[in-house]
Design a protein around this ligand. Structure first.
Ligand SMILES: [Zn+2]
Length: 376
């Protein structure tokens, strides 16, 4: 069965899946029908109101796990700037396919679905492929976390995350640990501050301490050092009262030698008992040794087809792989997709159609190699 990845990208862009609220169900159902028609075993998994995720597989052998692909179908909002094209029309101008989600990452999903459908007729009796299409990624990988928690995911032999990389294979990314630090005080009239306890002063001391925080870990040779940023601060209700509550938002990016749990403990003891930490997002870092033989194969195929330079490098963003990689048995994982990193979340987002064709070809070759090698 032949399926054009570019045509499918346009179909997916026409579903408005701006998250929040997401509304991914119609888009997921469209993919489910298509995969079902191609002979895949398809499971549509409800994910709240008008939302759904998809796990589809074809082929399968007892002792050879499948090659897995993942991508999300939700997108970020359109932003405040007006678009010069309809963001939900999938209009093509020259080599550019425009639309919200074109780069991040409906073209990536379309490319792996098209590659899998094209090969579907030949995958019976081989290790096969496993496709994991998620919702809720843009608001913190909540869909992937839910899927990982259901136990519905089988072990995979390798994982391709089709996030935008311009078809350059990337072997990992930092983790994300987003925390809220809360301080409490006692309110009083603003003219008598000695009668109260000022929560904003406590928060200010915490913020100053956070600026000096030392993770005390060696830099990762590729991903660099962990980072910490105080992104928000809120405190007090009115100017003439002593504030009894303040909240500081902290964005930490971790590296493979750290675990988020240990980092959180370290920070809690550093800030002391006056500060209560609450976790908003908890995504571990993702890393595969670039010397892994399968990664070498991905580098070679991507270089041959897309002429991308292949050296060990990481993605600047985090992905659903934080939750999915462990749930799939921690297989070697690559981030490789047709979108452009710099266009993700932008006004007038587009994806180059040549890149969509290249990605489809790369994925096809990865599937063929995966299934051929395991047969021999
Ligand atoms: Zn994305």
């Amino acid at each position: 069965m032949s399926l054009s990845a570019i045509a499918l990208s346009r179909e997916l862009i026409r579903f408005n899946t701006v998250n929040p609220p997401g509304n991914e169900r119609p888009c997921a159902e469209h993919l489910a029908r298509l995969l079902d028609d191609a002979g895949f075993h398809v499971e549509l998994i409800p994910f709240g109101d008008a939302r759904a995720q998809l796990v589809a597989s074809i082929g399968g052998q007892a002792d050879h796990p499948p090659l897995a692909f993942t991508g999300h179908i939700d997108t970020v909002p359109l932003g405040a700037q007006p678009w010069s094209v309809d963001p939900f029309s999938g209009v093509i101008d020259g080599d550019k396919l425009f639309g919200r989600g074109a780069s991040d990452m409906k073209s990536g999903v379309a490319a792996f679905v098209a590659a899998s459908v094209q090969l579907a007729g030949r995958l019976a009796g081989t290790p096969g492929v496993l496709l994991v299409v998620t919702a809720g990624e843009e608001t913190g990988c909540s869909g992937a976390e839910m899927l990982a928690g259901t136990g519905k995911l089988q072990r995979a032999g390798a994982l391709v995350v089709a996030e935008p990389t311009g078809n350059k294979p990337l072997v990992g990314h930092k983790g994300a640990l987003w925390l809220e630090a809360e301080t409490r005080g006692v309110t009083a009239h603003g003219s008598m501050p000695d009668k109260g306890v000022n929560a904003v002063y406590k928060a200010a001391r915490a913020v100053s301490a956070l600026e000096q925080f030392d993770f005390n870990v060696a830099r990762h040779p590729i991903l660099g050092a962990p980072t910490l940023n105080v992104g928000t601060i809120q405190g007090g209700l009115n100017i003439n009262s002593v504030p009894d509550r303040a909240v500081v938002g902290i964005d930490i990016r971790t590296i493979p030698s750290q675990t988020n749990a240990r980092t959180c403990e370290h920070l809690a003891s550093y800030l002391g008992q006056d500060v209560k930490l609450r976790t908003l997002i908890d995504m571990e870092s993702v890393w595969t040794d670039p010397d892994d033989p399968w990664i070498g194969e991905v580098f070679e195929i991507a270089h041959n087809i897309a002429h991308t330079e292949c050296e060990a490098a990481g993605a600047p963003y985090f992905t659903d792989a934080c939750a999915l990689k462990p749930a799939l048995g921690s297989p070697p994982t690559v981030i490789l997709g047709p979108g452009e990193i710099v266009l993700a979340h932008q006004t007038d987002e587009y994806c180059l159609t040549t890149r969509i064709d290249q990605a489809t070809e790369i994925y096809s070759q990865l599937i063929e190699n995966w299934c051929r090698r395991s047969l021999s």
